[in-house]
Design a protein around this ligand. Structure first.
Ligand code: NAD
Length: 323
């Protein structure tokens, strides 16, 4: 049965021709990485997201050791809508057991992902957290392997993801134009860290679509706080905690403010938020609608920015030293 869909702003994704919802659905929480999520809740959450206009879903075999892909697959199947109505991204190269960006592994990886997702193709296949592999291997072996998968129709577009921003320029400067269609950056376009901003003109000049993930800084900017594995320094964690407490004392939701901050930059095609309940989906979609109507709460934003000023753009190390 067709699900009546509310409209959400759709934004073009680089040169792909895809139009992705301004808020994208981050499915890592469906792998129970932020706490347990029951299958029924996962299915209901995805259904509500789709109903409220979210057409873009992001997962990886790494999230919850393949659980996220399996849950998302079941949930998308339960939607019973035409395949062309939603856009799915998954990743390769990062697994519970470690990293492997070899051509052989990524070829196997997409077949495993498609089986778990119960799909014939994914719209985007990213190399996941490339700073943990040799960037030269990504350029000379992994991306060419992904191009073959593109020709075979298993993935429509190719992306790269990771935390350090210089990985994107390293790779994009070394591949022919149009080889990498999109990049996924995380934790670099939010209230506490907006370092991605400086890279946007370069990415635009390369015709690469920009996806920005983790507007809530992987839980730092939520009332429940970050998961135990969160890599931020104690200094960053305590500044974010103070910002959360400040919003709470004013009766404001930091999640709304943080998400609206990320959404306000339209050069970012989609902001991926991890969601694990129907109420989170509803709150986050309401934040988009409110941003369009009323705009952001400038007073609270400047107070929060002042609290976070000492840790502005403070990040954490990620990956191996590249020779
Ligand atoms: P996030 O900043 O989106 O925060 C997610 C956390 O916030 C979860 O605990 C979620 O339950 C909670 N949350 C969401 N909405 C809320 C609300 N309204 N109120 C209270 N809590 C709320 O971090 P994330 O999930 O890590 O990032 C989003 C997605 O982006 C991921 O799920 C993943 O798909 C993608 N991602 C990719 C990479 C990568 O490729 N390297 C890295 C990080 C994230």
């Amino acid at each position: 049965m067709a699900i009546p869909q509310t409209k959400m702003e759709l934004r073009p994704l680089g040169n792909t021709g895809l139009k992705v919802s301004a808020v994208g659905f981050g499915a890592s929480p469906l792998g129970s990485v932020f706490g347990p999520v029951a299958e029924d809740d996962a299915v209901a959450t995805v259904r509500e997201a789709f109903r409220l206009g979210i057409n873009f879903f992001d997962t990886s075999p790494y999230y919850g050791a393949t659980l996220s892909e399996k849950m998302l697959g079941k949930a998308l199947k339960a939607l019973q809508v035409p395949r062309g109505d939603y856009i799915v991204a998954t990743k390769c190269g990062r697994y519970e057991e470690g990293f492997d960006f070899s051509a052989e592994r990524v070829r196997k990886s997409i077949d495993e992902s498609l089986e778990r997702l119960q799909l014939d193709y994914v719209d985007i296949l990213h190399c996941h957290d490339i700073e943990f592999g040799s960037l030269d291997q990504i350029v000379s072996e992994t991306i060419p392997a992904l191009q073959k998968l593109k020709q075979e129709g298993k993935a429509r577009f190719i992306g790269i993801t990771g935390l350090p921003l210089d990985i994107f320029t390293y790779v994009l400067d070394r591949v022919p134009p149009g080889t990498v269609d999109v990049i996924l950056s995380y934790c670099h376009y939010g209230v506490n860290d907006s370092a991605l901003l400086d890279l946007l003109p370069y990415l635009k000049s390369k015709g690469v679509g920009v996806i920005s993930a983790s507007p809530l800084a992987m839980g730092l900017l939520t009332e429940q706080g970050p998961p135990e594995w969160h890599p931020a320094s104690p200094e960053l964690k305590s500044a974010c905690k103070a910002a959360v407490a400040h919003c709470k004392s004013k009766g404001k939701k930091i999640t709304k403010l943080a998400l609206q901050y990320s959404l306000a930059n339209k050069e970012i095609s989609s902001v991926l938020v991890g969601m694990s309940s129907v109420s989170q989906v509803e709150e986050n979609v309401a934040a988009v609608t409110e941003l369009e109507g009323l705009g952001i709460d400038k007073e609270t934003l400047s107070e929060v920015e002042a609290i976070l000023e000492p840790v502005k753009n403070l990040t954490w190390p990620s990956g191996i030293h590249q020779k």
